[in-house]
Design a protein around this ligand. Structure first.
Ligand code: CA
Ligand code: CA
Ligand code: CU
Length: 328
């Protein structure tokens, strides 16, 4: 825990340019700085590690919870993407029977399955939505402090606008997740469970059938059950994936060789490289999601790391994607 302690000391004195007061409750300041974004040591889409500079910003200390999202819905009458029937014109190849409101729900399998086929564990569940995370009949009663799930990209954007905030860029998200540590594997250092302590809600055991629950949680967990990172942020790793405002690219841009001028506040605003060439949905742009979830396991998806990234189609909602906001 030395790493985290050192980083925490680092931020206890107000950073340069820190405004006096947070613009909203439960937001923390991430100071302007340069950091190493991405990683050369894991999956190809995280490469190459490259230096970027990000201005200071405020960020929610935890993912948006069910209770917070409920306030937004009460106030605005927002109907989420998952609650609306898809328009057949938008999905000409789809089975009309599937064009009903619903969302993707994870179901563990009875035993080992082919890991190349995600339909083994993802089920399209009519009626699944943020109030019914496992489908009709399930509720969020008692889960008010869990991250909201089954939110598509536009739902996250609508919430952020209502709250007077924005979604983070990928660079902002990753800078926040690193907690002031440089080039570390995890948000807290290089060791997955320092002195045996579980640091995030991930999947221990063999995905998608054997969940050993060493972290006590099978699905989402209430926010703030695991230690904060160096900036005082919770649940950056694991629990739920989090939407960012950047379009997905299959790799990062190359490092710029002049050390004087690392890219400032990089963002990806063009959907051009974000499309998934294979499979249905080839014409739906993808945004970057970050941080991994309670379903990430070493044998399948070691993505509970700040550098990890995944492209998610903007029209997709699932039981393991949520979001948090920033204020710049
Ligand atoms: Ca877990
Ligand atoms: Ca997370
Ligand atoms: Cu994963």
């Amino acid at each position: 825990m030395k790493d985290v302690a050192a980083a925490q000391k680092d931020v206890s004195s107000p950073g340069p340019g820190q405004p006096g007061r947070a613009p909203a409750k439960n937001m923390v300041w991430v100071p302007r700085g340069e950091f190493l974004m991405g990683s050369d040591d894991f999956y190809p889409e995280e490469r190459p590690a490259h230096r970027v500079t990000v201005d200071g910003f405020w960020v929610d200390e935890h993912p948006v919870t069910v209770a917070e999202f409920r306030r937004f819905v009460k106030d605005t009458g927002h109907v989420t993407w998952a609650e609306r029937a898809p328009d057949p014109d938008d999905y000409p190849d789809a089975d009309p029977e599937l064009l009903v409101p619903g969302s993707l729900v994870f179901r563990p399998t009875p035993g080992r399955v082919n890991l190349a086929d995600w339909s083994n564990w993802w089920t399209w569940a009519p009626g699944a939505q943020w109030r019914h995370p496992e489908g009709p009949g399930s509720t969020v009663h008692g889960r008010e402090l869990h991250p909201v799930t089954h939110v598509a990209y536009e739902d996250a954007v609508a919430y952020a606008a209502w709250a007077g905030k924005q979604l983070p860029t990928e660079a902002q998200w990753e800078r926040a997740a690193r907690g002031g540590l440089e080039g570390k594997v995890f948000c807290w250092g290089d060791e997955f469970s320092p002195r045996g302590r579980m640091m995030a809600n991930t999947w221990q055991g063999e995905f998608p059938w054997q969940n050993l629950l060493l972290d006590r949680y099978e699905r989402t967990s209430p926010v703030k059950q695991f230690p904060a990172n160096g900036y005082g942020l919770y649940d950056m790793a694991g629990n739920v994936w989090e939407w960012t405002s950047d379009f997905f690219t299959p790799r990062h841009p190359d490092e710029i060789s002049h050390p004087c001028c690392s890219p400032q506040n990089p963002r990806v605003t063009s959907p051009e490289d974000s499309y998934d060439a294979c499979g249905p949905g080839a014409d739906i742009p993808r945004r970057v999601t970050k941080g991994g979830s309670h379903l990430c396991a070493p044998n399948y998806c070691l993505r509970y790391r700040p550098a990890a990234r995944q492209g998610e189609a903007v029209d997709t909602s699932t039981s393991h994607i949520g979001f948090r906001c920033i204020s710049a």
